[in-house]
Design a protein around this ligand. Structure first.
Ligand SMILES: [Fe+2]
Length: 177
């Protein structure tokens, strides 16, 4: 069983984004993702959810974008969180929010250290899903989100797999409400 970890406050999270000079558009996106993730979490009745983790995790999920907007922002964000001695649960949220999560095989292809970056806990899944619903600050459907990505990058195996994975997460969460 994971030990209880103390989470920072939302003020701390905002200050950290500011201190690390995470761009304003990313900060606004993160606020929207937090709203959306909380909205999704509130609909779930049959499972216990850590709302504080959802809020703070969503605010910090893109913290790694202070260094890069590439896939590595997930890992960089997780490492920034770990370096500061913050909750491992927050680091995991950073690491598992890209696409529908990234598996070992995809990780290798996108230049990440070869291991799974898949959302496992409900909180990780909710933030990963909420992030897909927000293109910047604009709310979109999973279909719209992937349509844009398919137009931009083509129907690559990674994107096709990611869409199926996020649809599964969407379905799993829907069935909990
Ligand atoms: Fe991100």
């Amino acid at each position: 069983m994971a030990r209880e970890e103390t989470l920072p406050t939302s003020d701390f999270a905002f200050d950290l984004l500011k201190e690390l000079r995470v761009p304003y558009n990313v900060r606004r996106h993160s606020l929207k993702v937090a709203d959306k993730a909380l909205e999704i979490a509130e609909r779930i009745k049959s499972k216990e959810i850590n709302f504080d983790l959802i809020e703070i995790g969503a605010l910090l999920h893109d913290v790694g974008r202070c260094q890069t907007h590439g896939f590595k922002h997930a890992l960089i964000g997780a490492n920034l969180i770990r370096e500061r001695g913050l909750s491992e649960q927050l680091a995991r949220i950073c690491e598992t929010h890209i696409l529908g999560g990234i598996d070992k095989e995809d990780a290798k292809q996108v230049g990440l250290p070869e291991r799974d970056y898949l959302p496992v806990t409900l909180e990780e899944k909710i933030i990963c899903l909420a992030d897909k619903y927000l293109a910047g600050t604009k709310e979109v459907s999973i279909e719209q989100r992937f349509k844009k990505w398919f137009e931009k990058y083509g129907k690559t195996p990674i994107l096709v797999k990611a869409k199926a994975r996020i649809e599964n997460i969407q379905e799993e969460i829907k069935n909990l409400s």
